[in-house]
Design a protein around this ligand. Structure first.
Ligand code: NAD
Length: 348
């Protein structure tokens, strides 16, 4: 399928590398960025012959699908315009910022018989696919609960343009939560109710790398968020998503079953390790990954979406799944911003 790529920033290199050299069903015919020099640099590096404006891309009869890898604030408008121009869309996470935007995008797609896919596509990697096989075979029995932890001091330590991570649409939950919640909902099922609590300990942050190093910027979002939630099948979940944590011993994701525990690998990666410890066993057993895509396979979700379109089925990294995860994340943030249930009047 002929693809137009919009957004030539940090993450674009691995997408362009894989889409131009690795996946046979995707052909990048043009790229676009608000900053022409960025598009030029990637066009030269990956041998893409055409640089287009967004309008040119939308008007192109040749381009059948848009890969939207711009920053979150731009996702909705570009997704909507691309669908209204008759093109399928695959978007980086989050699909949009508000639930209403995501629903509007999915409605346009449904009315136009077009497909929407969304990151993360790490659920298609060898690590999480192996976990899926283990759970489907009921090796840890009935799922009782799951936990997920993403703790780091913040992306400004390495990203040269980190402001968007701290604006509306950013924060550790909207940025990293999609990896964790997409993996959890893919492996366990839909989430039906959430509670959240969060804090914003640093009101300003500083850029550490690139031409803007030393620049201070304001933080607009909660940066240390805790949530408890319930899955449709009755299992419970807990997550902590933090841009305010230096070090931790916590796992990425663990799933607790009636017959044992499964350790899910970093959901922001495609590989392992996958570990299982059955009830009564004294050891964790590492499960070999015998499935493809254990290295950085970004773009796999778009390639799988192209396969899904051809087979007239829903993609695995689907817009529908991304909308569900977005609704969960926004409900956690709303809950964290509301007055508390169960307030305590006494003080220690
Ligand atoms: N950087 C990472 O490691 C990483 C990893 C996984 C996912 N992502 C996701 O990928 C997306 C992009 O992240 P990034 O790190 O590459 O950001 P970035 O800021 O480095 O790049 C974004 C690019 O999009 C361009 N852009 C913004 N609005 C545009 C518009 N309206 N039209 C055309 N171009 C526009 C910008 O000029 C910029 O070049 C985000 O959704 C992010 O969550 C990033």
């Amino acid at each position: 399928m002929k693809i137009g790529v919009i957004g030539c920033g940090n993450i674009s290199s691995i997408y362009l590398e894989n889409l131009t050299k690795r996946f046979e069903n995707t052909e990048v015919v043009a790229i676009s960025d608000l900053i022409h020099e960025k598009a030029l640099e990637k066009a030269e590096k990956f041998g893409i012959s055409r640089i287009m404006t967004l309008e040119e891309m939308l008007n192109s009869r040749e381009i059948e699908a848009i890969l939207n890898i711009t920053t979150p604030k731009a996702h909705y408008e570009i997704n909507k315009k691309a669908l209204l121009s008759g093109k399928h869309v695959y978007c980086e996470k989050p699909l949009c910022i508000t639930d209403e935007e995501a629903r509007a995008v999915m409605d346009i797609a449904a009315k136009s018989n077009l497909t929407v896919g969304s990151a993360p596509d790490t659920i298609l990697g060898a690590g999480i696919q192996t976990c899926k096989e283990i759970l489907d075979a009921e090796e840890i029995g009935q799922i009782i609960g799951a936990v997920g932890f993403m703790t780091c001091p913040g992306h400004e330590s390495w990203h040269p343009d980190p402001e968007f991570y701290y604006q509306k649409g950013g924060g550790p939950l909207l940025d990293m939560g999609p990896y964790y919640l997409t993996a959890m909902t893919y492996l366990i099922g839909s989430i039906t109710a959430v509670n959240g609590i969060g804090t914003m300990p640093q009101k300003t942050r500083k850029i550490h790398s690139g031409p803007k190093a030393g620049k201070e910027f304001n933080v607009e979002v909660l940066t240390h968020i805790n949530s408890i939630f319930e899955f449709e099948n009755g299992a419970t979940g807990n997550i902590i998503m933090s841009f305010d944590t230096w070090y931790t011993h916590l796992p990425y994701i663990e799933i607790y079953g009636s017959k044992g525990t499964l350790t899910v690998p970093d959901p922001n990666s495609f590989g392992g390790p996958v570990l299982i410890r059955k009830a009564g066993s004294s050891i964790w057993k590492e499960i070999p990954l015998n499935l493809p895509y254990s290295d950085n396979s970004r773009g796999l979700g778009l390639s799988e979406m192209v396969e899904a379109i051809e087979a007239d089925r829903e993609p695995i990294a689907s817009g529908k799944r991304a909308l569900h995860v977005l609704e969960v994340m926004n409900a956690i943030i709303d809950s964290a911003n509301r007055a508390r249930d169960g307030e305590i009047s006494s003080r220690a």
